[in-house]
Design a protein around this ligand. Structure first.
Ligand code: FAD
Length: 462
């Protein structure tokens, strides 16, 4: 082909980018395009942190495309209309893209398909966001798995696509109009958060550093939020500054010369990559989870409305140090450690009895790695309503969780400065008086609310 468009979406990199690589080998000229969304401040599902990260990723992508001989073309508006317009302007013969697996992406892909038929251009969609497509890992009856362990077993048995080379020699037609690189103003947003460094180079460095060092202790220490041994790659997988294949095959290569213990650690890390794909296939096959419980067992469950509790939770002022540390880490950085995500989510749903959807939405507005499949999966898991969820009667106790996973109070003291002078043992049991002058007493009693949650679940089951 003479000229094609590569439509960037959640694949903001030039290394191991399946559709971009195919576009560059199939055509003489490639127009690398990104269509910025037009929604404004106050959007239900996103916020400044993810948009700021996006801006940084687009800057890095633009630089990398330039080094490869190409030029990033930015437009804004409805993606299908903008692509149609670009086809019209450039006489490109096809649009290449990496397929999304969530309901919105699928809907846009279907619209693009219709437009391509009407306007006689070709479209080529590739698997890229996941190592295995939602339809590739099915049970013996050809149906989607609802439980993780058999899903993971089948996932491991399947052949995986290998990593593709970096794209080097791109040619983009000259004199094509492009918007300037965006800043947060494009969406009417302001950021007050210290987010992680965006872009493909920063992502690759994080991966290399992790594989060289922290992965060795991952299995042993991954649940300790003060230890910082997790990979911090979730936003890179979310925006595609790394492909899941780069991470997976990086792990396989690291395990070649590793001891048995390190191999176990690497396997436990790979298991988390499989959880990511598990939740993506759940959302692809059961899109109703975005509105409803995955399991209908507890659809009669009673949830409370309590704005004051919700505000205390959002601002990290519940009087539960581990919960408050988590929420403050989230508010300050757009990230929260996985163990603490589970603790704050269980606290919201089982101690405050607020609907998981409220927490899900708040996370989506704040998280740099906010990803609807994993986020919905994590929330429904914690609430006890999801696919392969925590059994409803296993309610984490924030005090004992602290004793087990932050015994020295390292994490708590990092994020709750009022508590820096307090003995860590005091974070592991309900206090009899304020822990510090400026720090609140617990807003609820865990033992009482645990029983209340169990009662509600038991009533709903009947
Ligand atoms: C309530 C709740 C909400 C969550 N929301 C999100 C979200 O919006 N986006 C998101 O990427 N993850 C989400 N997670 C999963 C997990 O907390 C993050 O992926 C992880 O904390 C990211 O840090 P990391 O990259 O250092 O993880 P690591 O421990 O280094 O894990 C490696 C990678 O595996 C994947 N992963 C790890 N744990 C999970 C998991 N439980 N489910 C799915 N994928 C996983 C991520 O892509 C992660 O980058 C959520 C979990 C919970 C309990």
């Amino acid at each position: 082909m003479r000229r094609v468009i590569h439509w960037f979406r959640r694949d903001l990199r030039i290394t191991d980018n399946t559709a971009l690589w195919h576009a560059s080998t199939d055509a003489e000229e490639v127009i690398p395009a990104y269509i910025l969304s037009t929604w404004k401040k106050g959007h239900r599902w996103t916020g400044p942190n993810r948009q700021e990260f996006l801006c940084g990723c687009l800057e890095s992508l633009s630089r990398n495309l330039k080094a490869a001989g190409g030029r990033l073309i930015l437009r804004t508006g409805d993606p299908v209309q903008e692509l149609e317009q670009l086809i019209h302007e450039t006489n490109a013969q096809a649009v290449y893209f990496n397929r999304g697996t969530d309901p919105y992406s699928i809907q846009v892909q279907q619209q693009l398909q219709k437009t391509s038929e009407k306007h006689h251009f070709q479209i080529f969609g590739y698997k890229d966001t996941t190592i295995l497509d939602p339809d590739e890992v099915l049970n013996q009856e050809g149906r989607p798995f609802r439980v993780f362990t058999p899903y993971a077993r089948t996932w491991h048995q399947k052949e995986k696509p290998s990593v593709l080379p970096i794209v080097r020699a791109l040619q983009t037609p000259a004199a094509l109009y492009s918007l300037p690189l965006p800043t947060l103003e494009h969406w009417g947003l302001i950021s007050k958060t210290r987010i992680i460094e965006p872009g493909e180079e920063a992502a690759r460095k994080r991966l290399t550093d992790f594989l060289n060092e922290a992965i060795r202790a991952y299995r042993e220490k991954r649940n300790f939020p003060g230890e910082r041994v997790t990979s911090r790659l979730s936003q890179d997988l979310r925006f595609g500054t790394l492909s899941p294949r780069q991470v997976y095959f990086g792990c396989l290569a690291a395990s070649k010369e590793a001891s048995v213990t390190v191999c176990q650690s690497i396997n436990s890390y790979v298991n988390e990559l499989v959880w990511r794909e598990f939740y993506m296939q759940i959302l692809a096959h059961f899109p109703a989870v975005l509105e409803n419980d995955f399991s209908d067992e507890f659809s009669a469950l009673r949830w409370d409305e309590n704005d004051s509790y919700f505000e205390s939770w959002c601002h990290g002022l519940t009087g539960y140090p581990i919960v408050d540390a988590g929420m403050r880490e989230l508010n300050a950085t757009g990230f929260m450690h996985n163990r603490v995500r589970m603790i704050v989510a269980m606290f919201l749903t089982k101690d405050l009895h607020l609907h998981w959807r409220k927490g899900e939405q708040y996370f989506m507005q704040k998280l740099v790695d906010g990803e609807i499949a994993s986020n919905n999966g994590g929330w429904q898991w914690s609430a006890g309503t999801g696919a392969d969820a925590a059994p409803y009667f296993r309610i984490q106790n924030p005090w004992t969780q602290t004793k087990r996973y932050d015994p020295a109070g390292t994490y708590i003291k990092t994020w709750v400065p009022e508590l820096r002078g307090v003995e860590p043992i005091k974070f592991t049991q309900p206090p009899t008086e304020r822990l510090a002058r400026d720090y609140p007493m617990p807003i609820v009693d865990h033992a009482t609310e645990r029983l209340e949650a169990l009662n509600r679940f038991n009533r709903a089951r009947r």
